[in-house]
Design a protein around this ligand. Structure first.
Ligand code: 2HG
Ligand code: ZN
Length: 461
């Protein structure tokens, strides 16, 4: 069976792009955090949509599961093989498919293949005086296909929305090998189901995204970043309100809780740039405009209560130094996790802004009960907090406690990382049985034999 699968795949993509050796497969079989891993028959690296379609048709006829993978930066186990699977599976790596074409400045659009990294997308846009609306710390490895599959968000969501809002056209391969979608990118078109909407957030189930027509945004050369300490999370939310009201250049408003600030400062071996006494929390505010945003930012900060201290930088290395306090938290957590010898438990959740304080208290209680260190940070503007637990041992208990409360608060159990296999057991907290049945039915139509990322997203009936 194994030989037959390998021979079939080799006849489609060639021997050098079918990796069967366990040493070569390893980095594709374990996720970035080291929490999720499994074994696959082979890693298959495709270089065109035609090859993807042929691979899918072959796997469909042989009942081989397909785990599509981009940069393998996912955090919920959705992009690596399942250890529990009893069917043969392949990892379909789209990283070879990274060409970018047809940039149209008048339409502010570009077409990128699924394996294009967020950095490549951004560099390409910037070379034409434009910019990309989605950005996050994993930009050098994370790919367009993965970002669409998880409906990734990142820091610019308050200005431009999530990945879903950036996809004007899509090309994807269904579970039977059929190629669907269009890359014309017409902003106005009403001709039935909209594939970008169907597939954004579908996590490699239902179809494999091969290319997308993506929105671009203006490139602003006047930037300002502020790292601000405030008295408590309520003061942070109040300042967010001021910023939204009066700062037209607002790009990102992030939150860094003291435990995250301490960890990243230690990791980077630098002093914290703002006064820390009595600090409740920290905010990272990023503005970008065609005109200098300094005075509108200063006015908004002066109008808010509870601001303790601020460090401000306009561009170059001083600004990079401030941004690093937010960008490098995940890396700081990974380093500490490695030292402890336990992967971090990552709960990406969002709640209404007025529930943030309560969420942090409950999350802290769950950490204390388990003897774990809680490191919270995230995207304040969307009420999206990344609750990272270091040294946690009762993972299910912590997850159950936090996600149940999040659901009771009217929040979501996944804001931007997806459900993967990490959270599918808890999807019922925020989706009704009828809703889940409908989602399963849609999946069955698009992927009749259930070969695309089984076990991910919707739990089995
Ligand atoms: C971020 O906002 C990413 O930096 C990663 O979503 C979050 O490591 C995490 O928990
Ligand atoms: Zn995030």
């Amino acid at each position: 069976m194994r030989d037959r699968i390998v021979a079939g795949l080799t006849s489609i993509v060639g021997a050098t792009d079918v990796l069967v050796d366990s040493d070569l497969r390893r980095t594709y079989e374990t996720d970035w955090t080291g929490r999720f891993s499994g074994t696959c028959t082979a890693v298959v690296r495709t270089s065109s949509t035609r090859e993807v379609a042929e691979v899918v048709r072959f796997c469909n006829s042989e009942s081989v599961d397909i785990i599509a993978q981009g940069g393998n930066t996912g955090l919920v186990g959705g992009g690596v093989p399942r250890s529990s699977s009893d069917r043969p599976s392949i990892v379909l790596s789209l990283c070879r498919m990274n060409s970018i074409r047809d940039l149209d400045t008048a339409a502010a659009q570009v077409t990128a293949e699924a394996g294009t990294t967020l950095s490549e997308w951004r560099d390409h846009a910037r070379a034409s005086g434009l910019d990309t609306p989605v950005d996050f710390a994993a930009r050098d490895s994370a790919t367009i296909g993965g970002a669409i599959a998880t409906n990734a968000g990142g820091s610019r969501v308050l200005r431009y929305g999530t990945m879903r809002q950036q996809v004007l056209g899509i090309e994807a391969v269904l579970g039977n090998g059929e190629v669907v979608g269009s890359l014309s990118g017409l902003p106005k078109e009403t001709v039935g189901l909209n594939w970008p909407s169907v597939l954004a957030g579908s996590e490699g189930t239902a179809a494999i995204v091969t290319s997308a027509r993506l929105r671009l945004v203006p490139r602003y050369d006047q930037t300002i970043t502020a790292l601000v300490s405030v008295a408590n999370i309520g003061a942070a939310v109040e300042l967010l309100g001021q910023l939204r009201k009066s700062v037209s250049s607002l790009d990102a408003v992030e939150v860094i809780e003291p435990a995250a600030m301490d960890l990243v400062a230690e990791h980077l071996d630098v002093e914290q740039p703002v006064r820390a006494s009595q600090v409740g929390t920290y905010m990272l505010i990023d503005c970008a405009g065609h005109n200098d945003p300094s005075s509108e930012l200063a006015d908004a900060m002066a109008a808010a209560n509870g601001v303790i201290d601020a460090a401000i930088a306009t561009e170059g290395p001083p600004r990079e130094r401030l941004l690093a306090f937010r960008d490098r938290i995940t890396e700081a957590i990974a380093t500490r996790a490695q030292r402890i010898g336990l992967p971090p438990l990552k709960l990406d959740v969002a709640v209404p802004l007025n529930a943030l304080g309560q969420l942090l208290e409950i999350a802290q209680q769950a950490a204390d009960d388990d003897g774990a260190l809680l490191v919270p940070f995230g995207h304040l503007a969307e009420g999206n907090i990344h609750l990272n637990y270091l040294g946690a041992t009762n993972l299910d208990q912590v997850t159950e406690t936090v996600l149940t409360k999040v659901a009771e608060m009217g929040g979501t159990i996944s804001a931007e990382h997806g459900i993967g296999i990490a959270k599918s057991r808890w999807l019922h907290l925020i989706r009704s049985p009828g809703d889940l049945a409908a989602q399963r039915a849609v999946r069955r139509v698009l992927d009749p034999n259930g070969i695309l990322n089984p076990g991910v997203l919707t739990p089995d009936a």
